[in-house]
Structures are given as structure tokens and as C-alpha cells.
Design a protein around this ligand. Sequence first.
Ligand code: FAD
Length: 341
Amino acid sequence: MLVPIMAIHDVIVLGAGVAGLQCARRLRGAGVDVLVVDRSDKPGGRCATRTFDGQPADYGPLFMHGDDPGFLAAVGAVPGERLEGWPARVSGRGAPCQPDAFAPFATRLAFTDGMNAFPRSLAEGLSLCLRAQAVSGGIEKDAVVLTLTGGDRLHARDLVLAMALEQTIPFVRMLGKSDGGRSSLGVLEMFASIPCLTVIAGYDAGIVLPDWDICYPEDEPALLLMSNESSKRPRASSRVLLFQASANWSMKRLERPKEEWGRELLEIAAHRLGPWAGAPLWTHLHRWRYSRLDKSNELTGPLELKIGASRIGIAGELFSPGGGLQAAWLSGDRLGKKLAE
Ligand SMILES: Cc1cc2nc3c(=O)[nH]c(=O)nc-3n(C[C@H](O)[C@H](O)[C@H](O)COP(=O)(O)OP(=O)(O)OC[C@H]3O[C@@H](n4cnc5c(N)ncnc54)[C@H](O)[C@@H]3O)c2cc1C
């Protein structure tokens, strides 16, 4: 814990993903005392990168895409090397995660250091309280109180909920015991996130990987995409591919042991790419229970509830058209501006 936990903050932002971090940046820029709380050991949430043998591999979103000038300016401010236009070599005619990702007006790029470079840059200078999982929330004496695993309590005048939809709903249920709260809950419960089972696979440096950056197979119900992660790393010494399973396939296997669906996905990879693809040197399996929303699941702005003297703001990809990272950033940005007024 990096902060004195008895202090009453102006605002606590629960969730250090792109939405929560951008909201906190806006608030801090307006002179508001804001603390960002996250259960993870680093900021970024679903905008996730892991390093294997010194080589980063993305396993949430694989590239940035968008057209909003503010969002693109924030992306442009990320330090380090970038790969403008990645993915340039796209194979297959399957649907990408976000339909607008390949629209002619969209800018696309990746970071050599991995996608987590973006939230890392947003987190710069913010007060973060990491490895802190909130388990309940309530209102006491005109302040919001969050209770963490282990019993520590955090206090704030206002609260921002910036987590995946299914992680946000229990807090709205606990805090929003008013007409406004109940109607917000009704709206939120109309939507749902889809899962995504993911395999990162490392191969011998002698393997020649396919000549695409991303492949969206149109004829494989199990696979949403395959990504050549090594093509983002100009100095890569090992060969890394990533396989993201489709939502339907993931849903059916969500509760099965990781090894089982991991093996199945590699068999499918071997069938498509050759036997070498089914026999990596190492794998890392990740179960995204709440990966993203469907394109149609979108509202036009962040939600705000008034409970006693406190305000509860809700941000995330649901609250801006288009979904995905840009929507998460925009919703956090708008909510931060609104709460700072
Ligand atoms: C596999 C995959 C592929 C994707 N592909 C794309 C794509 O191509 N294009 C695109 O634009 N978007 C894509 N997305 C979606 C994009 O990553 C998300 O829309 C965006 O990152 C959401 O940001 P967020 O800040 O709203 O939420 P998150 O990033 O989920 O942040 C929420 C944070 O809250 C924390 N948290 C949750 N519960 C608690 C708790 N109780 N206590 C404390 N902390 C808590 C979590 O640890 C997390 O850090 C993809 C996502 C995944 C997983």
C-alpha cells in the first residue's frame, strides 16, 4: 500500500485500466486529489503485455486504432518506439475484434515495448494503490467507503467505477440504493461482456513464421485471430505467435481446465499452419472472462449517480460509441472533466 489509508480523498478511481487512468489524469490536471486503486500489481487492466525471454507479447488488444484527436494525441505521447500502421500484413476475411479497426479513417499502430506502454504512460505521476482488491462499498457520514480484501478501508468524497461491466455491477448494486441507482443498474444489466481464451506460444528461433502480422480466419469457428507477435519486435530473438479463440468457442470452454482448451487451440493452429505450430517450446494461457463488449453494446456517455453528498461516476468502453480502447479512454476523459467541474 503506497498511500495513507485513513486519508479522505477527493476522488477514488476504482480500476487502473485505460478508462480509470485517463479519468484520474483529467481530475489531477484540475487539481483534484485522486487515488487510483487496482487489484493488479501494475496498471493497464486488459491493455496487457507480458515479457517472455526479454521479449514483450501482447495478449489483450494487439494494436491501437482510432480516430479521435484527443485519444490519438495521448497515444502519440507514449515514449518509445512505435510501429505506425501495424498490422500492415493482414490475412483472412474474418471479422476483427472491433469492426472500425480497419476503417479507412482509423489510425493503427503498435508499440515495440507492447500495448501496456499506453496505460503505463497514462499512469505517470498519478497516485496508485496497487494489489488492492475492493470487495465492498458503502456510504458513511457523507463519504464513500471502499473495503479491501484484508479489511483495510479507503474513504473518498466521490467514487469512479472503471472496471469491466460485470465487475462494476456489484458495486452499483451496493452503492446505488436510490431511484437513480436502480435505473442505472437496469441499464447496465442489459449488456454483457464476451470471453476470450488466449494462447501465447513461443517457438524456436529457427522457425519461419507465416508472412502475415495478423490473420483473421473466415473459415475457422474456433479462432478469432492469430497474431505474429514477433513482427512487432524488430530485435526479436524468439518467435512468438498468439491465438485468440472466438467468443462462442471460449464461452463453451470457459470453466474447463486451461491445459485442455490450450491443447485444443494448438491442435487447430497445427492443422492450419503446419505441425510445428502445435509443438511450441513454451506456452502461456490466459482466460479473459470479460474481454470486451459487442459493437452494438454502447451508450453515448459515462453515467453519474448522486448518492447523499457523494457522486458515483461509471466509465469504461460501454460508455462511448465504438467500444474498445478508444471508447474506454474517451469515457474516462469525459467523466474526469465532468467531475472536475
Ligand atoms: C483479448 C482482448 C482483445 C481485445 N481487442 C481489442 C481491440 O482489438 N481493439 C480495442 O479497441 N479493444 C480491444 N479490447 C478491449 C479493450 O482492451 C478494453 O475495452 C479496454 O482495455 C477496457 O479498459 P477499461 O479501463 O474500461 O477496463 P480494464 O482494462 O478492464 O480495467 C479495469 C481494471 O479494474 C481492475 N479491477 C477489477 N475489479 C477490481 C476490484 N474489485 N478491485 C480493484 N481493482 C479491480 C482490473 O484489475 C483492471 O485493471 C480487447 C480486450 C481483450 C481482453
